[in-house]
Design a protein around this ligand. Structure first.
Ligand code: HEM
Length: 195
């Protein structure tokens, strides 16, 4: 999956490079677009609001907020039995109780934060992703915590949760940053949709 998101990022960087070379008549190169991670705050160290006395890169903190909001929206829809909810996919994770459940949701949050951060330009060691590949993570045969395979409609639903979570954390839908994030998400549809 890293490869898929890297492909999307390469396209973004390549577009910036092509634009630069096309507009080179006056020999003034257009600025290369900053990575998504950079635009979300990058490596600037800030106080971690959830861990007293600790510092965190602002880019990672931005992603963690979006990830936690996404998980919150998914779980809320499952609990209220909202139409199209992802209960069938997340059932094994949510069936784990007590501290086990807390541990595993925290682990998913951490892995998702690593994954998004690392693959959008946050390449410092703190963001190293050590989970499964996107294909393996979303196949119940290789990840028993994945309740059932995802259809394209499930994927679109998931993307909607991420979009709403981004909106709730200050990334408006009508911004270039939002469009670039959606492009990275779209680049992962193929390995994740498996039915
Ligand atoms: C942009 C799209 C997505 C990304 C980047 C993503 C990323 C991830 C990552 C990094 C993990 C953790 C893997 C590990 O711990 O080894 C994971 C697990 C999981 N994902 Fe996704 N995912 C996406 C879409 C979806 C969709 C569409 C569904 C369901 C409809 C889904 C359901 C799950 C479930 C149930 C797990 C298992 C939780 C666990 O192993 O702890 N994901 N995903």
């Amino acid at each position: 999956m890293k490869n898929y998101s890297k492909i999307a990022l390469s396209v973004l960087f390549l577009s910036a490079a092509v634009f630069t070379s096309c507009s080179n008549d006056d020999e003034t190169p257009a600025p290369v677009k900053a990575s998504i991670y950079e635009r979300l705050g990058g490596t600037k160290m800030v106080a971690d609001p959830d861990n007293s006395g600790q510092m965190i890169e602002q880019g990672r903190l931005s992603f963690r907020k979006v990830v936690n909001s996404t998980i919150g929206l998914i779980v809320a829809d499952i609990q209220s039995n909202a139409s199209g909810n992802l209960q069938a996919h997340f059932a094994p994770l949510l069936a784990e109780t007590g501290t086990t459940q807390a541990t595993n949701i925290a682990k998913l949050s951490d892995n998702l934060t690593d994954f998004f951060s690392f693959n959008t330009g946050g390449t410092n060691a703190v963001n190293t992703y050590s989970g499964l590949s996107m294909a393996a993570a979303h196949n119940p045969a290789t990840n028993p915590r994945m309740g059932t395979k995802s259809s394209s409609a499930d994927y679109t639903k998931f993307e909607g949760y991420v979009g709403a979570a981004a909106n709730a954390n200050g990334v408006a839908s009508n911004t270039e940053l939002y469009t670039d994030i959606v492009a990275v998400l779209e680049s992962l549809r193929t390995p994740i949709v498996q039915k």
